[in-house]
Design a protein around this ligand. Structure first.
Ligand SMILES: Cc1cc2nc3c(=O)[nH]c(=O)nc-3n(C[C@H](O)[C@H](O)[C@H](O)COP(=O)(O)O)c2cc1C
Length: 168
């Protein structure tokens, strides 16, 4: 039987949550059971065979909820399959080249013995609170750079590997 998947996310303004939801939808489309939850709300990971953990990037850091999730559940996740993602770049770069994980995500990669880390483009639009956010938007560097076809393709890869792991 395909393992149950947890997709946990750390977000400030909601765009990483939408990426997590798209991953959950794509996993379900491949016949997997998937739950999508805020990383801060997950108390135990015992019932999941696969965990996807994602965090937004702010000032070169992985979102604190994702960092804490990796710390809190590190031991319990040691024998599960873990996949990591970051979301942030406000340009096309994430689709053009590999963007290496920032320190928190890099630590999680090692701590959780994760299979892979990928970076997806982010979204920043008018109305988001914060001086820096407003400055970025006002300077014309905001927008939605999330590539949902790429996100869904990554989730499909996770589903295929989970199926292969079950058969192995
Ligand atoms: C103050 C501020 C700092 C940011 N710093 C980074 C950064 O260091 N690296 C990056 O790739 N994106 C950065 N971004 C872009 C965000 O990661 C992007 O808007 C992301 O989609 C936010 O995710 P969320 O909506 O889930 O909070 C920053 C955005 C703001 C407003």
């Amino acid at each position: 039987m395909a393992p149950q998947v947890l997709v946990a996310y750390g977000t400030k303004n909601g765009s990483t949550q939408e990426i997590a939801q798209a991953i959950g939808d794509a996993l379900r489309a491949h016949g997997m059971g998937a739950e999508v939850l805020a990383a801060s709300e997950v108390s135990t990971v015992g019932r999941y065979g696969v965990v996807v953990l994602g965090g937004a990037l702010y000032r070169g850091r992985w979102h604190g909820d994702a960092v804490r999730f990796a710390r809190r559940h590190g031991a319990a996740l040691w024998d599960r399959t873990v996949w990591l993602f970051s979301s942030g770049p406000l340009d096309a770069s994430a689709g053009e080249r590999e963007i290496l994980p920032v320190r928190g995500a890099r630590r999680a990669l090692v701590r959780l013995d994760a299979r892979e880390h990928v970076t997806f483009g982010g979204r920043l639009e008018a109305g988001v609170p914060g001086r820096m956010a407003r400055m970025i938007v006002e300077s014309g560097r905001g927008g939605d750079f999330r590539d949902f076809a790429r996100i869904s393709a990554w989730a499909t890869k996770i589903a295929h590997e989970a199926a292969a792991d079950v058969q192995a």
